[in-house]
Write a protein that binds this ligand. Structure first.
Ligand code: SAM
Length: 227
């Protein structure tokens, strides 16, 4: 059974796809995608040898080796153009690492990729910037709360030219801003309170960083206009 967070990631994957789950750890997601017949083929990519070999044993034990290929490697290096991977999932890492992994991918590794499903634990705006800069358009987003943390899931599709986003959309997510779910509203009410407190503290600091205050005030304005 998947956690609420991984279940939300799973929901974003289209049927009849060929998926690479990068940083798969225990390979729970590929196992669920294949056993539920959502994906036709999956690569579980993992840079750490320990989790990789454990996943390999599990996949063999469940008799799934034909449809799940467990591979050791850094980022998208586990993808070969012959795999015809059309969907890449990267979940459960920081936005900086997700952005780094995507930036290091070669054109060959991304050649068949039409869909990205990304779940940064933090640093969501960085991920949205990479998507827009690389012509992936955000087509769906979800937000879930689990164990005192709020997770955002971003689904994007390759297009010839991605539409630009404004500062509020990079911060809060263009689709999440439309959906305005209770979890979204609670997250940004909480952030608004802490940003306002932070600005007050910065104003009374010995050395005032006006640039930082201005940037935070811009975020505060955008949040207030949205929620
Ligand atoms: N994706 C799973 C999930 O969402 O539950 C596991 C997340 S786990 C916190 C992050 C995993 O990414 C770790 O197993 C780590 O070894 C792996 N990882 C980190 N950097 C990586 C990279 N450059 N390439 C492949 N895997 C990586």
């Amino acid at each position: 059974l998947l956690s609420k967070r991984l279940q939300a990631v799973y929901q974003m994957v289209d049927k009849d796809t060929r998926v690479a789950d990068i940083g798969s750890d225990h390979a729970y997601l590929p196992v669920e995608l294949i056993t539920e017949q959502v994906a036709n083929f999956a690569i579980a990519g993992e840079v750490a040898p320990g989790p990789m070999s454990r996943s390999k044993e599990d996949v063999e034990k469940f008799g799934l080796s034909e449809k799940i290929s467990v591979r050791l490697g850094d980022g998208l290096a586990v993808i070969d153009p012959n795999d015809k991977i059309d969907t890449v999932v990267i979940a459960g890492m920081g936005g900086i690492l997700i952005q780094k992994i995507l930036s290091q991918a070669t054109p060959e590794q991304l050649s068949h990729v039409e869909t990205l499903v990304l779940q940064p634990n933090i640093g969501e705006p960085l991920v949205r910037h990479w998507l827009v800069d690389n012509d992936f358009e955000i087509i769906d987003e979800d937000i879930v709360a689990e164990d005192h943390h709020v997770y955002e899931i971003i689904k994007a599709q390759k297009v010839s030219q991605a539409k630009p986003l404004n500062a509020a959309q990079f911060l809060m997510g263009p689709i999440l801003m439309q959906k305005k779910t209770p979890t979204f509203l609670a997250k940004w009410q909480h952030k608004l309170n802490s940003f306002q407190k932070a600005v007050e503290n910065m104003k009374h600091a010995k050395k005032i960083d006006q640039n930082k205050i201005d940037l935070m005030n811009q975020d505060i304005k955008n949040i207030k206009e949205t929620i």
